[in-house]
Design a protein around this ligand. Structure first.
Ligand code: SME
Length: 161
């Protein structure tokens, strides 16, 4: 998939997500809709899901599509933990080279994890997308998945960090 095609696909997917979630203020309904649209739009997305911050330092699985995911991840572990701890997107071209990587599925080769921030600035979740291809994600994915996560963050009530 060349980058221009990919950007076009993201544009269409983002528009569809915006239409589908317009006026929806239940974050779980929003997350479920987002993962469904992303997973079915991009052929290299082999696992797409959210992990939610449920207590300090702890993520639990939320809406996802793909094979079953780990139920919980602490902030000190894995790519999801790194994204949560640093509140920055983690782009991992080869998961075998990521120290502390959590292998939920043996077929995952690369992944990207994007933080979700609520109005008020609290980290409320991370979006995790895994691919069975090496080096599947680039800056186009990063920019657009960050836009998706901004929409998800906006569906939360203000959370004071
Ligand atoms: N690989 C992730 C864990 C989540 S699963 O892949 C669905 C990580 O290292 O954080």
């Amino acid at each position: 998939m060349i980058s221009e095609d990919k950007q076009g696909l993201y544009d269409r997917t983002l528009r569809r997500v915006q239409d589908l979630i317009a006026g929806e203020d239940d974050p779980i309904a929003v997350m479920a809709t987002v993962v469904c649209e992303l997973y079915h739009s991009f052929d290299y997305f082999d696992w797409t899901g959210f992990y939610r911050v449920v207590s300090p330092g702890l993520l639990k699985v939320g809406p996802y599509q793909g094979a079953h995911g780990c139920l919980q991840i602490t902030f000190d572990r894995g790519v999801c933990g790194a994204a949560a701890r640093t509140r920055t997107t983690q782009l991992v071209p080869d998961v075998r080279r990521f120290p502390g990587y959590i292998a939920c599925s043996g077929s995952t080769c690369s992944e990207i994890v994007v933080p979700v921030i609520a109005p008020g600035g609290a980290l409320v979740a991370v979006l995790d997308v895994d691919s069975d291809r090496l080096n599947a994600f680039d800056e186009v994915d990063k920019t657009n998945l960050e836009k998706v996560c901004a929409l998800v963050g906006a569906s939360y009530q203000e959370v004071i960090p």
